[in-house]
Design a protein around this ligand. Structure first.
Ligand code: DC
Length: 227
């Protein structure tokens, strides 16, 4: 496909957004941006610097000190916090909760949304997050809202963590429900399905089936050849 396009994939924790987005990008030979990693890096900064996650004003005050960069090694996104590659630290459970806390803060969102738009300028890309279709890329070529039942999402997360098993299945499910609640109830860009998004429930679909649907939908929109 020669025309520049963008695909926005939003949805709750564990719906499979990042794996699906990565595969869609690969199929379409487009860039991929995991925006959650950027919120996680800011959350990590607050944890490392003893900023209370309950204190929105303190998070806002410190937000400017957390410089987040994204670079690529081949197709792999590496996320940097003040020049340090923190990619390997971002999936820790305490970082997950911290990311959800910082994501409520206007100053954090404003800085990261601006950076995400900059990164998207002029290139074909697939971006995943919570507010991509409703805020970051409101004119995306295709918007997907990817969901799945909470128990299924927790099962997938739990499976992913296998071997690094620091949490029980119940802990994973409870964290996920807590983060869903945070993400959907916050005043700043809450997680919701954009009016013009296609809602895809992946509970009983394989990852490849979801990828296939998204690629087909994009082809319909752009009138392109199948990748
Ligand atoms: O997708 P993830 O689990 O890596 O995201 C981490 C947190 O960041 C999650 O609690 C919601 C928040 N987030 C957001 O508010 N907006 C985005 N575009 C991406 C993530």
């Amino acid at each position: 496909m020669s025309k520049v396009f963008s695909v926005a994939i939003d949805g709750p924790v564990g719906a499979g957004k990042s794996c699906v987005a990565k595969k869609v990008a690969e199929r379409l030979n487009a860039a991929y941006l995991d925006t959650g990693a950027m919120y996680r890096a800011v959350g990590l900064y607050m944890l490392e610097n003893g900023v209370s996650l309950e204190d929105g004003a303190a998070i806002a005050e410190n937000a400017g000190k957390a410089r987040v960069d994204v670079r690529y090694e081949g197709r792999e996104q590496r996320t940097y916090l003040n020049g340090r590659d923190v990619t390997g630290e971002l999936r820790r459970p305490e970082v997950s909760l911290a990311s959800s806390a910082v994501a409520k803060v206007h100053a954090v969102r404003e800085a990261l949304v601006n950076r995400q738009r900059e990164l998207a300028r002029g290139i074909s890309l697939v971006m995943d997050g919570r507010d991509i279709g409703t805020c970051v890329l409101t004119d995306a070529t295709l918007k997907i809202f990817l969901t799945a039942a909470p128990e299924e999402r927790a099962r997938r997360r739990f499976r992913q963590m296998n071997g690094r098993g620091v949490q029980s299945f119940e802990d994973v499910l409870n964290d996920l429900i807590r983060r869903d609640r945070n993400d959907m109830s916050r005043a700043e860009s809450p997680l919701r399905c954009a009016e013009d998004a296609v809602e895809l429930d992946s509970t009983s679909l394989t990852e490849d089936e979801v990828v296939e649907r998204i690629v087909s939908l994009l082809m319909e929109r752009t009138g392109g050849e199948r990748a």
